[in-house]
Design a protein around this ligand. Structure first.
Ligand code: SIN
Length: 527
């Protein structure tokens, strides 16, 4: 395989964490591996709610940290929650300086939305529901004007190069994997910022490419993966037959929208004192139960917002319009969909993975902030905080080269193997059916068996191997966690284990051992 060496820091991904890290590393030269044109295909660009930050004088980082810990169902690292919430305000001010047009009050403050399980309105927003797209646009504008940043648009990372236990490079190809032979790009440090795993599920709010490839790539190279089983299902994805499913932001419920079923019953009031603003896992399970019962759950914004939804939540109004729904007149059908992976590549408070030479930020990482149930709008915040931490740590430990790094120039040779579409479909279906909102040993074993078969049948596609690696980690982690905690609900173990919650740490090797044991136990039971 061709091997190209560069003095540039290699950043895998082009979402909010990747862009912000590239800016924070400047003038240090970086090269970004971006599968799509900048701004397309990243989950961050689709984020509606915004960034959680204690911006109100009556609010505080301590209160934000407390909400984060309590939503996380006993597995949030309190030190990480304190660190991230403390830095939140500074990042909002920085994004403002970088050109983000946050919604502002007449007296110059920030308009703050309320989202579930926050004890305060503290979600900083842009044009109602367009925070992700607008922050990304401001960062992309800065990146385009920063000469130290080279972006390889249309390229995809598929594997990590590890030399004597240290990450020394990344294998890349053209994003259309049928068109190019892979090339190894070797650099002084690799920062993974390529998103989570939601698209491993058939029902998801994530963009199509976000299918666990980055987590899987790190796992295949031997990195430790933390909390793999903790996948957050957003309660109010629109159930309109689109893949990915459009999101109806939680901020709508913050404005008073309610959840009803086809009988007109408001079912959340009986289930939690905070009703529609109960923690996300609670609402997701309630909506899932309504779906299972054939009760067709719906988000009713009619009284809370009426026709004002069009001006206040333009993205949601557009999604409704393209599906023939007028939310001022009709409730919006909803279902829970895979939305955010709390688990990911285990990283320390300097953003370092367990493999030397590898840093991680954003949804691909698992820092300990989210525990078993992420607090709304803490995802973008974590991406920003850890992007800067990674940039600072890389700059501190990787010696700067004296000369300016030349741009990376690659001509890909023909070749390559795309992931098999039918196998990807089958993988996504099994994840939604058997590793979804409610899990049990039988379903998880079925999923692990299917994943093993698909993985073996399609060993020629590194991308598909990455997806299968992450799917294995999620299902094996869920199989091994014999309790219900946060977003991880086991029908066969409905209570949390006594005592403080434990985070999980798995390698891919260990996950495969769990998989083999699960499959062999079932086989023995059947014979
Ligand atoms: C939402 O707007 O409901 C999603 C926000 C988030 O997932 O943090």
């Amino acid at each position: 395989m061709e091997r190209i060496s560069t003095d540039r820091i290699v950043i895998v991904g082009a979402g909010m964490g990747a862009l912000y890290a590239a800016l924070k590393l400047a003038p240090r030269p970086v090269v970004m591996i971006s599968p799509e044109p900048l701004g397309d295909g990243a989950s961050s660009a689709w984020a509606q709610g915004g960034v959680a930050a204690a911006m109100d004088v009556a609010d505080s980082p301590a209160s934000h940290a407390e909400d984060t810990v309590s939503a996380g169902a006993g597995t949030v690292d309190p030190g990480v929650a304190a660190l991230v919430t403390q830095e939140a305000r500074d990042h909002i001010l920085d994004l403002t300086r970088l050109g983000t047009p946050f919604d502002r009050t007449e007296d110059g403050g920030y308009v703050l939305s309320r989202e579930a399980a926050h004890s305060f309105a503290r979600v900083v927003r842009v044009k109602g529901d367009q925070a992700g797209a607008e922050i990304m646009a401001a960062l992309i504008d800065q990146v385009r004007r920063t000469p130290s940043i080279q972006v390889l648009e249309g390229t995809l990372a598929t594997e990590l190069e590890v030399t004597d236990g240290r990450v020394t490079g990344v294998t890349i190809c053209e994003s259309d994997e049928s068109r190019s032979a892979p090339v190894t790009l070797a650099g002084p440090a690799v920062l993974l910022a390529g998103g989570g795993s939601g698209g491993l599920y058939a029902l998801t709010t994530n963009p199509p490419r976000i299918r666990g490839q980055v987590i899987g790539m790190a796992a295949r190279a031997g990195a430790v993966i933390a909390d793999a089983e903790f996948v957050q299902f957003h309660p109010t994805a629109m159930d309109v037959g689109e893949d990915p499913a459009p999101l109806a932001t939680e901020a709508l419920r913050g404005e008073g929208a309610i959840l009803i079923n086809r009988h007109g019953e408001r079912f959340m009031q009986a289930l939690h004192p905070d009703a529609e603003l109960a923690p996300r896992d609670v609402v997701a399970r309630a909506i899932f139960a309504e779906v299972q019962a054939g009760n067709r759950p719906m988000l009713d914004t009619r009284d809370a917002l009426g026709a004002a939804i069009k001006a206040q939540f333009p993205s949601v109004a557009d999604y409704c319009a393209r599906n023939g729904i007028d939310p001022a007149v009709d409730p919006i059908p909803v279902a829970p969909a895979a939305h955010y992976h709390m688990g990911g590549i285990a990283t320390d408070t300097r953003g370092r993975a367990s493999l030397p030479g590898l840093w991680v930020c954003g949804e691909a990482s698992s820092t300990g902030l989210h525990g078993a149930n992420r607090l709304a709008s803490n995802g973008l915040l974590e991406a920003l905080v850890y992007a800067r931490i990674c940039a600072e740590n890389i700059a501190a430990v990787i010696p700067q080269v004296a000369k300016a790094a030349a741009p990376v120039e690659i001509t890909f040779a023909p070749g390559g193997t795309p992931p098999a579409p039918l196998a990807v479909d089958e993988l996504r279906q099994v994840m939604t059916r058997d590793v979804g909102v409610v899990r049990d040993a039988a379903g998880l074993t079925r999923a692990l068996t299917t994943i093993a078969r698909l993985e073996q049948a399609h060993g020629d596609s590194p991308s598909f191997q990455n997806m299968c690696a992450t799917a294995t980690l999620i299902a094996a982690g869920a199989f091994a966690r014999k309790e219900s905690r946060g977003a991880h609900e086991r029908a066969d173990y409905p209570a949390p284990l006594p005592g403080p919650g434990q985070r999980s740490n798995l390698t891919l090797t260990k996950a495969r051992v769990i998989r083999a044991a699960a499959i062999s136990t079932t086989t023995q039971e059947l014979t």
